[in-house]
Design a protein. Structure first.
Length: 146
């Protein structure tokens, strides 16, 4: 119910919002809310039930919460895949002869291969970091998303 309220709470009436927050966020009883507002416990109950029904109706029509949950799940899965990919790349580079480096030698060709392998590995890791940053932006976890 709290997530529904976070998404749709502003669409409730002022009284529904107030009672919802007192009951769900401030943990006041129906009687305490009724006493504060000079109404019956039944009136508080009815307003809360109407608010909850409104939130559920909005979600059934708009499905914003369901979509948000699906997106969070996909983002989590993609982050896991990117971490696994980064680990695989690092492991594969270490398994190459010379630990991902060209075999040592006196020639310039060996040095060129060594540098090319390191540069390629650095580019792959940079691409992974860029994808992670894009996921952060999508998830709202990035400073630029605020």
């Amino acid at each position: 119910m709290h997530l529904l309220y976070d998404f749709y709470g502003q669409l409730l009436t002022d009284k529904q919002r107030s009672f919802f927050e007192l009951y769900h966020h401030d943990d006041l009883s129906l009687g305490e809310i009724a006493e504060q507002h000079g109404v019956s416990r039944q009136a508080v109950y009815d307003i809360l039930k109407r608010a909850e029904r409104t939130l559920e109706d909005l979600e059934s029509k708009l499905e914003l919460v369901a979509r948000w949950i699906r997106e969070r799940r996909v983002i989590y899965e993609l982050r896991q895949e990117l971490r696994a990919l980064a680990e695989d790349v690092t492991r594969l580079a270490a398994e190459l002869p010379g630990g991902g480096q060209a075999p040592g030698g006196a020639g310039a060709a060996a040095e060129g291969q060594k540098g090319a392998g390191s540069a390629a590995l650095a580019r792959v890791h940079a691409r992974i970091r860029a994808l992670e940053a894009r996921l952060d932006l999508l998830a709202g976890d990035h400073p630029d998303a605020r």
